[in-house]
Design a protein around this ligand. Structure first.
Ligand code: NI
Length: 266
């Protein structure tokens, strides 16, 4: 993104590092809210990513994209929610999953907390496909809750879900670099981004046998049987840090634009 917004709020400056909520004080948040009602909430997952991918892939990538979007737009970003709905990955060691109803309540409660302070535009940057249905359900539940809250008359409250890995720009890039070796889980595009963020992960990369082909997802036992090493049609060995940097830039660029449009939308 070339054009940066002109001072959404007094804290914004072009050389600003990421605008992290966890490093703000409450008077600073109050001051921020006088000028901007938007906030970014990154959500990932803690789940297996094939035999060579980091368990934290979806949280690391969502956080990196969210932080970069914050840096480019000056919009505040909350701490990353590292756990998601990963029930189908529980057949592989290290996976930590929230049941859909737990994630729904968790996202709902976070949204309501933000609404209570006057945030009106919540932009969720998501790193995991398995979270999508539940996050959308949480939006509906939060809208219902807010409509019955005391301050509802004077408030507008809107949530937007941005799945960085599903943006057309990222899809196109992944397709041109990896073709059908991109697959659907432990993909070279997401692994590339983690290699850029955490160079130590490079030491885990190695050539792998052909993956199980992409197919349906049922329970964790079935998943383990169908996808023997956790991958779904992907060849993460194709990933490298240079491509990861490109993915970060592409995702941050399109999501920054989406966020600024969202903030201006009535
Ligand atoms: Ni993933």
């Amino acid at each position: 993104m070339n054009k940066k917004p002109k001072a959404i709020h007094p804290f914004f400056d072009e050389h600003n590092p990421t605008m992290r909520l966890d490093l703000f004080t409450w008077p600073e948040v109050d001051e921020y809210l006088r000028h901007c009602k938007g906030i970014i909430l990154p959500i990932g997952s803690t789940e297996q990513h094939g035999p060579t991918g980091a368990i934290g892939t979806d949280a690391l990538t969502a956080q990196a994209v969210a932080h970069e979007v914050s840096k480019r737009t000056g919009v505040l970003v909350t701490p990353t929610q590292p756990y998601g709905m990963a029930e189908h990955h529980l057949g592989f060691a290290g996976t930590m999953s929230l049941r859909p109803e737990t994630l729904l309540e968790l996202v709902h409660d976070l949204l309501i907390s933000l609404a209570m302070h006057g945030f009106e535009k919540i932009f969720i940057v998501n790193g995991h496909g398995g979270n999508i249905a539940t996050i959308k359900a949480a939006f509906s539940k939060a809208y219902r809750t807010i409509s019955t809250m005391e301050f509802s008359e004077s408030k507008s409250f809107q949530c937007k879900l941005a799945n960085w890995f599903m943006t057309p720009e990222v899809f196109k890039e992944a397709n041109s670099l990896y073709g059908d070796k991109e697959g659907q889980h432990a993909t070279p595009s997401e692994i590339a981004l983690t290699l850029y963020l955490e160079p130590s992960l490079l030491s885990k990369q190695c050539e792998l046998p052909p993956p199980s082909p992409v197919g349906p997802i049922y329970d964790y036992k079935d998943f383990r049987q169908r996808y023997f090493d956790g991958r779904m049609g992907s060849d993460p060995f194709l990933a490298n840090a240079r491509d990861g940097e490109k993915f970060l830039d592409k995702a941050a660029s399109v999501l920054s634009k989406n966020l600024l449009d969202f903030l201006q939308e009535p």
